[in-house]
Design a binder for this molecule. Structure first.
Ligand code: ADP
Ligand code: ZN
Length: 603
């Protein structure tokens, strides 16, 4: 907002300056010298005045200049009667009725017109740059009809899981009536969550493309740059327009720019954002889901969103759009390779294995780079050598931005994740391992092992908790066994394991030394929302020491269990880590197979 104010002030200043210059220039064209009356009298006496015209207030005339050239002059009339003096000196003179037309023209009519002109110019520029000046509150959302977009599901590759979740939305948009007749629950808001460049915008467009409905798109940051009150007006207008075109999709990119939790980063301009956000919430609550307007939004920072946005009835469905694994990258490459002339011997799988950590946008960029290289080399088709060089370039760029992990780190991560998985698999009563991946997720996690509970749990047995701790420590144990060293990658695991162990000792009465006693009164108080931070510690210093040693011992014991499991499965650990490094993600069945094979070959 402020930016635009400054912007217009500058224009006005420049305008004033231009007016002054023109004003002066016009005067100097007519260059009339103003002289004192006394000098005028002297000049008469010297006989240098040729002719004069006398008006009520002033005398204007022509006199012989220094270089023989005539000069115009003007002086203020002092004597009421000078005709005698003029006559005596034989000067031609005439009386004139004062015409102020030119002077008026110069001194204010032209400037006024100039100002109007400049004003008009500014208005036009501003209206062109951003609405809300001329067209107050009218939004910039264009209606993208299907033929304009032309993006189908097939164009978005490597995100099959996300696509699956969107199929239902497409069915709904195609025939909203059929859904509402049956009375099914239709999602209202879908939040696509994932790192930049993974294809969230593309997915939203593809949903519009597949279901053949209009697609309104807006970026969260566009709302916030507006003048106060206009963001909210635009949201209102957007929904009015969308309702007219229903069924349709409204897509808000960078939802976090608009939907940051209220109160976070309370610097200037947040009022506007809050108003806009409130309006969005109002609109989301207000529209009838039967109508067929689906709201989609994208963000790479779901954690900073205002919780109000995520409540049921708003963005209650979240779909993860993750970085692609090797197979995903190969699929994405194939999509983009269709657009260029590639050599017949191009090995897509190999390119995919050279590009760990890259997202769809990086791969699109890579294909483009390779094509440019081929053109520069005067080739007809894009071959492997161009891709090799392009990978080096793109990787160098991404490394600068700190977005790729290096091969050594990948190896550590692979052992670490397999460590979790093998321990989980070997212990009874643990959740089955579903997927192990070293594709980096989000900011913190370098990889992960996904265990899916088979049923909802309300109670946990002591043995299960112990196994869970062992599983959490399996990552570090694997690093220790294979690499003989440990890394910082386990800090999150350690935190979780310690939490469980502490709760076991202090809350669940699962420590033999301490017995069935509850030691977490401060936690209870916090739960009851009693804000007395000086919570009473009602156990002795001696007990505190026992708690500490019990927690430590509990964890150490589980760490040793994890170590011995992995020591036993060392071959499997190596083999499956190699497989994981190659494939980047493997599922539980694949791991099990490797573990079984290694066991039978050992015997
Ligand atoms: P996001 O919205 O997640 O930041 P975009 O959808 O804007 O990412 O993707 C930017 C570009 O990257 C797309 O125009 C496309 O060329 C390419 N791209 C990204 N993801 C994919 C994908 N999964 N399949 C094919 N191309 C992709
Ligand atoms: Zn871990």
């Amino acid at each position: 907002m402020e930016k635009h104010h400054k912007f217009s002030i500058w224009y006005v200043l420049v305008g004033i300056w231009v007016v002054l210059i023109i004003h002066n220039a016009l005067y100097s064209v007519f260059s009339i010298e103003t002289i004192p009356y006394s000098e005028f009298l002297q000049l008469i006496k010297k006989g240098r005045i040729a002719e004069v015209a006398i008006t009520q207030n002033q005398i204007q005339g022509r006199m012989a200049g220094d270089a023989g050239k005539d000069k115009m002059f003007r002086t203020v009339r002092v004597d009421p009667d000078i005709s005698q003096l003029l006559e005596q000196n034989n000067i031609v003179f005439k009386g004139e009725i004062e015409s102020t037309f030119f002077r008026d023209l110069l001194s204010w009519i032209i400037p006024v017109f100039l100002f109007i002109g400049i004003w008009y110019f500014i208005m036009k520029r501003m209206a062109g740059q951003q609405p809300g000046f001329m067209s107050l509150g009218k939004n910039k959302a264009k209606i993208y009809m299907q033929q304009d977009l032309g993006i189908k599901f097939d164009d978005v590759a490597g995100v099959d899981e996300s696509k699956q979740e969107l199929v239902e939305v497409i069915d709904f948009l195609k025939e909203p009536k059929r859904f509402t007749r049956i009375g099914g629950m239709i999602p209202r808001g879908i939040l696509l969550v994932g790192p930049p460049g993974t294809g969230k915008t593309m997915l939203a467009k593809a949903v519009a493309g597949e279901s053949g409905v209009p697609f309104f798109s807006l970026s969260g940051s566009e709302f916030v740059e507006m003048f106060v009150g206009l963001g909210a007006a635009r949201v209102r207008d957007l929904f009015v327009q969308a309702k007219e075109k229903a069924p349709c999709i409204i897509f808000i990119d960078e939802l976090d720019a608009l939907g940051k939790a209220r109160g976070i980063g309370a610097y200037g301009g947040h009022d506007e954002r809050e108003q806009t956000l409130n309006q969005l919430l109002v609109e989301m609550d207000g529209f009838d889901p039967q109508m067929g307007v689906i709201l989609m939004a994208a963000t790479n920072r779901p954690e900073i969103l205002d919780p109000a946005l995520l409540r049921p009835g708003r963005f209650d469905r979240q779909i993860l759009v993750d970085r692609p694994d090797k197979k995903g990258r190969a699929d994405i490459l194939k999509v983009h390779l269709k657009k260029i002339q590639s050599a017949a011997d191009l090995d897509v799988e190999k390119i995919a294995s050279m590009t760990p950590g890259m997202v769809g946008a990086d791969l699109a960029n890579l294909v483009n780079e390779a094509a440019l290289l081929a053109v520069r080399r005067g080739k007809e088709t894009v071959g492997m050598s161009e891709f090799q060089e392009a990978v080096e370039r793109v990787v160098a760029g991404l490394e600068k931005k700190n977005r790729l992990i290096n091969p050594k780190e990948r190896e550590i991560v692979a052992y670490h994740e397999i460590g979790h998985a093998i321990v989980a698999m070997s212990l009874p009563e643990t959740d089955p391992v579903q997927k192990i991946t070293i594709v980096p997720r989000g900011v913190a996690a370098l990889g992960y092992t996904m265990q899916v509970p088979t049923e909802d749990r309300f109670l946990m047995k002591k043995s299960e908790l112990l196994n869970r701790i062992a599983t959490l420590l399996g990552g570090r144990a694997a690093e220790q066994i294979i690499l003989g060293d440990i890394s910082t990658g386990a800090h999150n695991d350690l935190a979780k394991a310690t939490n469980i162990a502490t709760s076991m000792v202090k809350e669940y009465g699962m420590s033999e030394k301490l017995g069935q006693v509850y030691f977490s009164k401060e936690k209870q108080l916090r739960y009851l929302n009693i804000q007395d931070l000086q919570a009473p510690v009602d156990y002795s210093q001696a007990t505190a020491e026992i708690i500490d040693t019990e927690v430590r011992e509990l964890i150490n014991k589980q760490y040793n269990i994890a170590l011995s499991i992995l020591e036993e499965n060392k071959t499997a650990l190596r083999k499956s880590a190699a497989l994981l490094l190659e494939k980047e993600s493997i599922d539980g069945a694949q791991l099990e197979k490797v573990v079984k094979e290694s066991k039978s070959s050992n015997n």
